[in-house]
Ligand binder design. Sequence first.
Ligand code: MN
Length: 416
Amino acid sequence: MADKDPLRTYRGKRDFDRTKEPRGRPGAGDEEPRFVVQIHDASTLHFDFRLQVGDVLKSWSVPKGPSIDPGDKRLAVPTEDHPLEYEEFEGVIPEGEYGGGTVIVWDHGTYRPLSHDRRGRPVPFEEALERGHVTFWLNGSKLRGEYALTRFRGGKDGGEGGGKGEAWLLVKAKDERAHTDGRATPDPRRARSVRSGRTLHQVAAESQGAVFDLLRLEGADTRSLPLRTRKSLLRRALTYRAPLRMTNHRNQGGAELLADACSRGWEGLIAKRANSRYRPGRSTDWLKLKCSLGQEFVIGGFTEPAGSRVGFGALLLGYYEGDRLRYAGKVGTGFDRRTLLGLRARLDELSTPEPPFADRVREVSARWVEPVLVAQVAFTEWTRDGMLRHPRFLGLRDDKPARNVVREGPAPLTEK
Ligand code: MN
């Protein structure tokens, strides 16, 4: 436990370009310590019982799972410390990777250390663990009440120097939460995730469907990068930028992941149907998930601000079709105060009395400008009458001449 990096073993066993399990980071100070019980359908089906101690989750593999019957003594074999975010991990670890198989979060919550010495004085939990006996009170959604973990083999004083031969017992204490009615242990195949309500089977089935890919990361086109690199980028982008929950979201299927990508201003994701045994020999197909399309538009005008708004209300956008600037609608979101004021100043310099658009623009407070500024805009789709749906301003494109801005078709996506 004096190890500088307690997660070294955990990280050493995993290739984070291949598994979506968290890499691990330092924990957050002084909240109540957490616990989690996961069901892990690996080479053998087992429960993983984890208690937060400092910045890591101390972990035991419990083949039969925790029981609420004090008469059950459950074998608990210590495994490597896991990062705190592992509490959120639910999904599929790829076959062939360490621990390959499906994981659901069966229960989680906080716990209160109860360990004390013979005189009734509290003992620090970590110290009690090293001595091989801890008692604690679980406040989970399913597990409640007092439990004890006791080392009965191996460990520092166990003659085998700890590590491999170490074995513990997880036992429910006799309290009002104890039951002996014969249904003291969950059936891991039927048990449901406390996070998502899903069974192991459901998580496995949903995760098999699609592997998500990244088209654009923060405006940079990643399409020319190899698939594996894109996946790795995507995974890192999500882990790095998102709050803890993301780890879980991206395992829960496309909709949430897509919504999240959109909220970050990404232009889209593509889903690749996993090559499964259902379709042997068929070519791989891609599914484009359009949270947003995106392209450049020429700014041909703007509307006056209303209410507490400053600068302008919306930009009037167009694209060239031959020599004609076609009107594509207006964008009124995606600006901060600084942009609104700064852009208004530039627009005023470009002011012109005649509308530059070939189409009629019905905006009462419209002001026209020389069509030279180019804006990058994300939107969900083109409407039937050629307008942008849900456009969002992403920034000015000083690198692109306005005359080169045309309406882009949906980019055909083919796997190279
Ligand atoms: Mn496990």
